[in-house]
Ligand binder design. Structure first.
Ligand SMILES: Cc1cc2nc3c(=O)[nH]c(=O)nc-3n(C[C@H](O)[C@H](O)[C@H](O)COP(=O)(O)OP(=O)(O)OC[C@H]3O[C@@H](n4cnc5c(N)ncnc54)[C@H](O)[C@@H]3O)c2cc1C
Length: 495
């Protein structure tokens, strides 16, 4: 059977692409190497605990009053998911800056606290808010294909080529507030002096005006729901189907699995990194694609330790949803410290703060994460892998205990450690890179959007965290919709 579209990978980008194509009555087949849909958005069981591997803050879903783009898409596909609002509740600590701060309450409380910490923050912060709205609206217009943005969105044009650090200095925010905002609103590891301001501003917009939500049920219930809807709409998903090659045919593409099975389609949509597709699946040389891919900077990889603790979060005094510790709040300085195995940068999340039912009664889930920049993990081999992983997990637990003066070690009932090698094996992301190519410098979302047409490889398309809008479930999902809308539009035009 010949399909209109074959999608490789049932991660967020692939599922979203599958939904939109099936919704539009296209013959679509998704090929997924694992036994479950969702990619990184998955759930695993250890003893009496069910751990979500990645999704703790769902951005751009919004509320009933402020509907986000994800919620709008779910409504279109007749999909209902139960969500819980995530309170702003983080504890942030920086060793060099001697900062240990709990940021809680509504945005106005944060603004007041920022003013107390760094005088002059309040007025500049308030002037930033309308700018975030303007940038968001300009982005919406750009995604809809409008390109004369100067008249309605002059500030978008003013800031489009600036990095986040320079833009925030321009807006008169005190330097210390800039560093703090960097960590509150961006995934750690993107240096503010290279991160494009528009990408930073959009992320901040979603946090402030859309508010992140958590899933009420486990991630796997969510991804199974998406997969079921695709099948109800006539799409097909084949699991345990590892794609090993994509070949040209006279009238499209041939996709070949590890067991030799072949499928045909007019177009192939890859929920994979371009580097992986070019290196592993398309054997021919495509110079313009290689050039683009070489110019990209892969994001960090990291170690995640999933802990099932046999006490309630109240008894453990784990009162914050998220905890961050940094060596230095300056993201450029901090990134340098992450080039070593042992450093003081960590992130933790306590899902029970948002959802009492995240784990059985009187237990708590604590997820610790630390990131590495560069090729730190290249020194790990078969011989030292297990020992290294365990030593690092142990060091991470001790770092958390000493940073926040909270005892956890003696309450550990279940532990699972995921290394960059685990993530690479599960998703095929090169080096276990967690957040796709970083949106840095020239390679930001706006540039990716504007150069989309000229940089295309015929009949091969990319969705997901490595695609136009970068990492995050919201961005990966939106990319699946955006790219397939473009393809459907082209089909309509050629009819
Ligand atoms: C620890 C952690 C925490 C995170 N927390 C959050 C969070 O709180 N909020 C948030 O929004 N984002 C978070 N993220 C990021 C988010 O999970 C990802 O950005 C998003 O899930 C990526 O989706 P994707 O579409 O790129 O697909 P991926 O999840 O990368 O999936 C790709 C799929 O392709 C399949 N595949 C690969 N190769 C082949 C092949 N050859 N043949 C067939 N199938 C193949 C894989 O099996 C996989 O299912 C987190 C990530 C990590 C690692």
């Amino acid at each position: 059977m010949k399909y209109d579209y074959i999608i490789i990978g049932a991660g967020m980008g692939g599922l979203s692409a599958g939904l939109n194509l099936a919704y539009n009555n296209k013959k679509v087949l998704i090929l997924e190497k694992n036994s479950l849909p969702g990619g990184l958005v998955t759930t695993f069981k250890r003893g009496r605990f069910e751990f979500d591997a990645s999704l703790y803050d769902l951005m751009d879903y919004g509320s009933e009053e402020h509907i986000g783009s994800l919620q709008r898409l779910f409504k279109k596909y007749n999909l209902e998911i139960d969500t819980l609002p995530i309170p702003y509740n983080i504890r942030i600590k920086s060793i060099d800056d001697k900062l240990d701060e709990v940021m809680k309450g509504e945005i106005d409380d944060w603004v007041l606290r920022l003013e107390e910490l760094h005088s002059g923050s309040m007025s500049s912060f308030r002037s930033l808010l309308p700018l975030l709205k303007e940038i968001h609206e300009a982005l919406v217009a750009l995604k809809k294909g409008r390109n004369n943005l100067e008249k309605d969105f002059p500030n978008f044009i003013k800031y489009v080529d600036k990095n986040a650090y320079d833009a925030l200095v321009d807006l008169n925010l005190p330097i210390d507030t800039i560093h703090l905002l960097g960590y509150i609103w961006i995934e750690i590891g993107s240096p503010l002096n290279k991160l494009n301001f528009i990408d930073f501003a959009e992320c901040m917009y979603k946090y402030i005006f859309r508010r992140p939500v958590a899933l009420q049920n486990k991630s796997i219930d969510f991804t199974l729901k998406l997969a079921k809807r695709i099948e109800e709409l006539g799409g097909k998903i084949n699991y345990r189907s590892l794609v090993t090659e994509i070949k040209d045919t006279e009238d499209g593409k041939e996709v070949i699995l590890s067991d030799g099975t072949k499928y045909h389609a007019k177009d192939v949509i890859c929920n994979l990194s371009e580097r992986y597709v070019l290196k592993e699946l398309i054997k021919e040389n495509i110079p313009q694609a290689n050039q683009k891919e070489n110019a990209r900077t892969l994001s960090m990889n990291g170690l995640v330790v999933y802990l099932g603790l046999n006490k309630s979060y109240q008894d453990l005094k784990l009162y914050n949803y998220r905890y961050y510790e940094f060596q230095n709040l300056n993201s450029v300085v901090n990134m340098k410290s992450m080039k070593k195995f042992y450093h003081h940068t960590l992130e933790a999340v306590v899902p029970n703060i948002v959802n009492e039912q995240a784990s059985p009664k009187n237990t708590t889930i604590l997820v610790l994460k630390t990131l590495y920049s560069g090729d730190v993990w290249n020194s790990v081999n078969k011989e030292n892998y297990y020992q290294t992983k365990e030593e690092l997990a142990n060091a991470l637990i001790e770092e958390f205990e000493s940073a926040f003066h909270i005892d956890i070690k003696e309450y550990i009932e279940e532990i699972e450690i995921a290394s960059p090698i685990t993530f690479e094996r599960y998703t095929n992301n090169i080096n276990g890179c967690m957040f796709g190519p970083m949106r840095l410098g020239y390679d930001n979302s706006i540039h990716r959007l504007l150069s989309y047409e000229e940089e295309r490889i015929p009949h091969i398309h990319f969705v997901g965290g490595s695609s136009l809008f970068g990492s995050g479930v919201d961005n990966a999902f939106y990319s699946g919709y955006y790219i397939t809308e473009k393809l459907l539009e082209e089909e309509r035009r050629s009819e």
